[in-house]
Design a protein around this ligand. Structure first.
Ligand code: DGJ
Length: 737
C-alpha cells in the first residue's frame, strides 16, 4: 500500500481495466466524485484529467445554491446535493449532515501514485476521511476489478463520546443523462427474476427489500441504459448490492438532469447504534458497465470465476430427491433411487428436507438437527454408505436459520425465537426464525450441524431459508435484528466451511430467494427456483445468469408433468433447458420409462462432454430474433467453439420463420454450425436447408453475427441445440490471413 501523505489533498484517479475507465476527483480533500465511469478513455495526462473534472462542474443556473453542486460516491447533503444523501444518521438529533475531509488514502497494487495522480489498471483504493465536528470517521473503498467491474463500500466510525444512530449508508454512481431506460427484476415464488423496464423519470425508482432475505422479487441488478439497450448493444450501467438481508437499490433523477444508480443495506429502526469507536460497514455495491447486457454479465462472470474460492472442479451432475419423495423418507426407496441415479451417471445425491427428528411434514422439527430415529433407525449410514459406494457424493438439506414452534429447541428456548412487541410473529410456512445473533442459539446450530457433518461423509449442504423475516426482533427487548441475523448466517456458513474444508454449500431460499453476491462469497451454487418447468426456467435461468455464471445456477430436469405448473413437457425440452446450468435431476426415476432413462443418460453424457465449455465460456444471447425464440449460447474463451440453445417459447408469429444471429464469435474466423440431437429426435422439426442433412454450414463469425441463419422449424416448447466449431485450416477473413 502506498500511503498518500496528509499534505496531498488534491488527488485525481484514473483506472482502466477490460475496456472500462473510472476517473475520480478527490481534490481539495473532498470525498471522491466520479467524473467518468464507462468506456475506456485511453491514456490521460494530469491536465486531461483536470480538464475532464472541470468539464464536469455543474453550471449555476436557476435557483440553486451558490457553489456548484458536487456529487461524491457517498452523496453529501452539505454540498447542496438535493437527492438521497449517503449518510442518514444522527447523534441525539445532531450531526446528521456530515462533511467529510479526506485525510489520507491507501492505494493498492496496480496503480502508480505520482504527485496527486493515481494512474493504473485494476486497483483498490481506500479513502480515509473524517468530520471533526460530527466526530465521524469514514472509510470509502473503491476497487476496479480486472473484469472491469467496479465495487465500492463504506464504513462509518463513531469517534464521539455519545451513541451515533445510523439509519442509512448508501452509495451512488452517477450515470450519463443518455441512460434514460431502467431495467431491473421483479418476481415471486417459483417465478423469479422477471425483467421489468421503464423510463427513468424525475424522482426515485426505489427497490426496497424488506424481507430479511434477498427475495424472489429482488431487483438483483438495477441497470440504466440508452433507450432500447439489449444483449448485444447499447450502453448500460448497473448496480448490485451484495447483501442477503434487507437492502435497497435505487435510480434517482433530478430536475437538473443529474442521475445516479445506487444502493446499500436497508437498516431497520435502531439496528445500528454506534458506541464510541464502533463502526458499521455496509455491503459492497458492485457497478457494472457494459456495451449491452452480455458485456455487463461477462464482467460479473469473469470476476466470480477469477476468485480463489470459485468452484474449480467439474460441477457434479446432481440428483435431488425433493420432487421424487418429498417428506416420504423410506430407506429402501431412497437406496433404489440412488442406484438408478448412479446408473445414469449422476455424481451427487442430495437428501432434501425430512430426515431430522419429527419432520414428517412442514409443520414441525426445524431446529432439531439430529437424525430422526423412527425413520432412520440405523441413522443415515445405510443411504450415505450406498451413495458413496456407488461413487457419488452425498449432500444433505438444512435450514439453519429457522425453527418450528413444535421442536425441542423452541420448547426449551422460546426466547431464541425472533419476535417483538411481546408476541410471536405471524408464521411463514408454519415456521419462525431462530435468533442466530444470540451466541447460545448460534452455538446450538453450529454444534448440531457439525455433529451430523462429522458423523457422515457429507460433501454438500443445501442451505434453505423458507420464510420472510417479519417482526424479527431479538429478545429481551425485541430490538430489530435483521442486520445481525444476516451477518450471523454468513458467519455460520464461513465457520462450517472452515471446519469442513471442501464442503460445498448451495444457497436456496424457497427456490431462488437468496441470489446475491454476498451469499455467493460463501456458497457454491444457487437454487434458481422451485419451479423446474422448462418454459419458466428458460427465463428464470437466463436472467439469473445476468449476475451468476451458468456453473453457479442449479437447474434440474423434473418429471414430465411439472409439479408446480402442471404443464407437460418432452424430456428434450426439460433437459435441453437444464443442461445449460449446473445440471441435475429432480424426478422419481422409478417412474421414468425405459426410453426416458435412455435419453436422460444421453443428456447426462452430453452435459459431461460439454460442461467445461458450458462452465467456462462466455454467455451470449441475441437480440435479433422473434421474441418467441430465446437464444442462449456459450462461446469458449479462445473463440474456437460454442454451444447454442434455441428455446422455442411459444408459436412463432410468422411462417416460414425469420433469421436469428449468433454474436460473440471471432468475426474473422470460419465456423461450422451443426444441429445436435440428444436422445430421440423431436417430432415436428422442419430442418432448414443449412442443416445439409446434419453436416451443417460454414460461415464467418461476422456473417453469423450480422446476417445470421434461418431459424429451424420446431414446435413450441422445444429446444434446438447447435454446435459451433471453428473450421481449422479453412483460412480466415482477417487481415492477418
Ligand atoms: C424449498 C426448496 O426450494 C425446495 O427445493 C425444497 O428444499 C423445500 N424447500 C424443502 O422444504
Amino acid at each position: 500500500m502506498t500511503d498518500v501523505p496528509q499534505s496531498a489533498p488534491d488527488v485525481l484517479v484514473h483506472l482502466t481495466a477490460a475496456g472500462v475507465s473510472v476517473v475520480l476527483d478527490s481534490t481539495r480533500g473532498r470525498l471522491p466524485a466520479v467524473v467518468h465511469w464507462g468506456a475506456a478513455l485511453g491514456a490521460q495526462s494530469r491536465e486531461d484529467l483536470r480538464a475532464l473534472s472541470t468539464a464536469d462542474v455543474e453550471p449555476r443556473e436557476g435557483n440553486v445554491v451558490d457553489e456548484p453542486v458536487r456529487l461524491a460516491i457517498l452523496p453529501e447533503h452539505h454540498a447542496g446535493w438535493p437527492g438521497r444523501p449517503g449518510v442518514a444518521g444522527h447523534r441525539d438529533g445532531a450531526d446528521w449532515s456530515p462533511r467529510f475531509q479526506v485525510t489520507s488514502l491507501d492505494v493498492g497494487p496496480g496503480a502508480t501514485v505520482d504527485d496527486g495522480l493515481v494512474d493504473g489498471g485494476p486497483c483498490a483504493i481506500v479513502f480515509h476521511a473524517r468530520d471533526e465536528v460530527a466526530m465521524l470517521g469514514l472509510e470509502l473503498e473503491v476497487e476496479l476489478l480486472a473484469s472491469g467491474l467496479l465495487r465500492t463500500r463504506a464504513g462509518l466510525t463513531n469517534h464521539g463520546g455519545t451513541a451515533y444512530t445510523v439509519s442509512d449508508l448508501s452509495l451512488a454512481m452517477p450515470i450519463p443523462s443518455r441512460a434514460r431506460e431502467i431495467l431491473d427484476f421483479a418476481g415471486r415464488w417459483s417465478k423469479e427474476r422477471i425483467p421489468q423496464r421503464r423510463a427513468l423519470v424525475t424522482g426515485i425508482h426505489d427497490r426496497e427489500g424488506r424481507k430479511g432475505r434477498t427475495g424472489h422479487d429482488a431487483a438483483t441488478i438495477l441497470s440504466a441504459g440508452v433507450p432500447g439497450f439489449g444483449f448485444t448493444r447499447g450502453e448500460v450501467w448497473g448496480v448490485h448490492v451484495a447483501f442477503s438481508g434487507n437492502h435497497r437499490h435505487f435510480a434517482e433523477r433530478l430536475a437538473t438532469d443529474a442521475q445516479v444508480i445506487g444502493g446499500g443495506e436497508l437498516l431497520l429502526p435502531g439496528e445500528v447504534r454506534l458506541g464510541r469507536d464502533e463502526d458499521y460497514r455496509g455491503p459492497w455495491l458492485y457497478a457494472a458497465y457494459g456495451d449491452g447486457l452480455d458485456d455487463q454479465a461477462r464482467r460479473f462472470h469473469r470476476f466470480l470465476r477469477g476468485r480463489a474460492t470459485h468452484p474449480a472442479r467439474p460441477r457434479p451432475v446432481t440428483l435431488n430427491v425433493w420432487e421424487a419423495v418429498y417428506f416420504d423418507h423410506d430407506v429402501d426407496r431412497l437406496v433404489d433411487l440412488a442406484e438408478r441415479a448412479a446408473a445414469l451417471g449422476i455424481e451427487r445425491f442430495v437428501l432434501d428436507d425430512g430426515w431430522f427428528r419429527g419432520r414428517r411434514d412442514d409443520r414441525r422439527g426445524l431446529g432439531d438437527w439430529v437424525v430422526d430415529e423412527t425413520v432412520w433407525p440405523d441413522g443415515l449410514s445405510p443411504l450415505v454408505d450406498r451413495v458413496t459406494q456407488l461413487g457419488m457424493e452425498f449432500g444433505l438439506w438444512f435450514e439453519p436459520e429457522m425453527v418450528n414452534e413444535d421442536s425441542d429447541v423452541a420448547r426449551s428456548h422460546p426466547e431464541w425465537v425472533m419476535q417483538t412487541g411481546g408476541r410471536l410473529p405471524v408464521r411463514g410456512r408454519h415456521q419462525q426464525v431462530l435468533d442466530l445473533a444470540r451466541p447460545e442459539a448460534y452455538a446450538h446450530v453450529l454444534e448440531q450441524m457439525s455433529r451430523v457433518l462429522s458423523d457422515y461423509d457429507i460433501a454438500y449442504v443445501k442451505w434453505d431459508h423458507n420464510r420472510d423475516l417479519v417482526d424479527a426482533g431479538s429478545l429481551p427487548t425485541g430490538a430489530a435484528g435483521v442486520h445481525r441475523q444476516t451477518l450471523a448466517a454468513y458467519r455460520l456458513m464461513d465457520e462450517l466451511k472452515r471446519r469442513f474444508p471442501g464442503l460445498e454449500i448451495e444457497s436456496c431460499s424457497s427456490g431462488g430467494g437468496r441470489v446475491d453476491l454476498g451469499v455467493i462469497e460463501r456458497t457454491d451454487r444457487v437454487w434458481a427456483s422451485d419451479c423446474v418447468d422448462p418454459l419458466e426456467r428458460q427465463g428464470i435461468d437466463l436472467w439469473t445468469m445476468q449476475l451468476l455464471p451458468p456453473e453457479l445456477v442449479g437447474a434440474h430436469v423434473g418429471s414430465p408433468v411439472n409439479e408446480t405448473t402442471g404443464r407437460r413437457h418432452e424430456l428434450s425440452f426439460r433437459a435441453g433447458t437444464a443442461v445449460r446450468g449446473h445440471f441435475g435431476i429432480e424426478w422419481d426415476l422409478a417412474k421414468a420409462s425405459a426410453s426416458e432413462i435412455h435419453d436422460l443418460a444421453e443428456w447426462v453424457a452430453f452435459h459431461k462432454a460439454h460442461r467445461e465449455l458450458l462452465h467456462t465460456g462466455d454467455v451470449i444471447r441475441s437480440d435479433d430474433s422473434d421474441p418467441t425464440l430465446s437464444i442462449h449460447g456459450v462461446v469458449s474463451a479462445d473463440r474456437s467453439e460454442a454451444l447454442v440453445f434455441l428455446g422455442y417459447l411459444s408459436r412463432y408469429e410468422s411462417s416460414p420463420r425469420g433469421r436469428f444471429t449468433l454474436p460473440g464469435l471471432d468475426p474473422d474466423r470460419r465456423y461450422r454450425v451443426v444441429p445436435v440431437v440428444v436422445g430421440a429426435p423431436d417430432d415436428g422439426l422442419a430442418p432448414p436447408s443449412w442443416y445439409h442433412d446434419g453436416t451443417g454450414i460454414v460461415l464467418s463469425g461476422r456473417a453469423l453475427a450480422v446476417t445470421g441463419l434461418r431459424i429451424p422449424g420446431a414446435r413450441p416448447e422445444r429446444v434446438v441445440v447447435l454446435r459451433v466449431r471453428e473450421e481449422v485450416g479453412q483460412g480466415s477473413y482477417g487481415s492477418g490471413g
